[in-house]
Ligand binder design. Sequence first.
Ligand SMILES: Cc1cc2nc3c(=O)[nH]c(=O)nc-3n(C[C@H](O)[C@H](O)[C@H](O)COP(=O)(O)O)c2cc1C
Length: 438
Amino acid sequence: MSRPFHLAWFTSFKPPAWRSPWGGVSGEEWMTGEYYVSMVKQLERAGFDFIMFEDSSLVSEALGGTAEMDLKHGLHSPKLDPFPLLPVLARETEKIGLIATGSTSFYPPFILARVMATMDHLTGGRVGWNVVTSSQDIAAQNYGIDKLLEHDERYVQAQEFLDVVKALWDSWEPGAVVMDRETGHYADHTKVSPIHHEGTYFKVRGPLNMPAGPQGHPVICQAGGSPAGRDFAAQHANAIVATNPLLPRMKEYADDIRARAERLGRDPDEIRVLFHLSPVVGETEEEAWSVWRRTYGMEDPLQVEQTLAILAAVTSIDWKQFDLDEPFPQGLTTNGHQSVLDDLMARNVGKTLRESLTERAQMGPQTVGTVAQVADRMEQIVEDTGIDGFLIRAETGLSHTRRYIDSICFGLAPELQRRGLVRTDFPHATFRDNLLAF
Ligand SMILES: Cc1cc2nc3c(=O)[nH]c(=O)nc-3n(C[C@H](O)[C@H](O)[C@H](O)COP(=O)(O)O)c2cc1C
């Protein structure tokens, strides 16, 4: 039998596909969190290890120098802060892991350490932090920073950030909380120590004013793609999330991460590498393809426009300056996600910009068919690449509907569970222990 693998879901705390015929009232209701509450309950039953909320804090003007496209398609905005959502989701579920994103360029490390530790307590050890360095100056300007540090230096800063938050989480030794009724001591001051950190970017006295949560350190999630980012991820992360439609590239990434972890003195078995996948399943193959065409076929001008805007936002390049039906431009540079841009250019040699949009929107190897066909394909991908699982996603504006979630949670996932490929229970108390159990 094939190796079991992990399922997770990647999303944002923003409007789902409200314009879809299956959007219902989700366009109005999402801000209350209810959409995500019902979704996360389904994911837990379907054996998902975690849900992950990406995040950013900007209204993007990357396309044509105005916010029009960003707001029209709800790309970066509106987007609510996922941190306060996690404990809400935790109250409605029992075991599933809950990850939110926080930026090392913007948070003061003390606040991040304290918020994460608080959430770890509130959720009984089920939270994770997606560590990002952020890539957009327009977001930095909301935090009093005119211009972000240069790409690789952002990871040097992130490294120091991680050193500080880990030291803060460790600033209460095990046994520091004594609750001795005889002497009246709640905590033992000899086991709670300042960290006195003075580095290049941060100065933090410590200790944290609370003990760390059940996990000690919350699960660390990361998505570094560049050499600096991969080293950072390999050194710190338990869950590494990535995007590539090409199986050899997926394999190269997973192998490289494990090799880097070893070089950095870390056990590669503490890391799970998950890749984006947007499966489209139908009761028949034809039905699945018809849904796929409507979702990713770029037949709808609004789809084209939206996907161009997404591309602009992640690369900080204004794609409107290029002809859609000319060859994909080459030799571009950005102070945004350079590795994403490099990947895009390499992958789209010989294609037009328009042709690249379908691939961009589905963000992963194409998986379309009946549940059995898609399950076969997922099994094969894991076999061929050695990745640890999939980060399921729907394009928020196009296909993120309750119907899509149903197709995965009541169709695809049960088939994977029947095959013994995906978990049917969570035997451990904490998110990390469940994630690393296989
Ligand atoms: C699955 C996935 C999720 C990501 N989530 C976020 C996010 O929430 N916020 C953000 O600013 N960047 C996010 N990124 C960007 C990464 O943090 C990272 O910057 C990017 O993959 C490029 O790698 P590099 O920083 O090493 O160049 C994400 C990337 C991927 C692949």
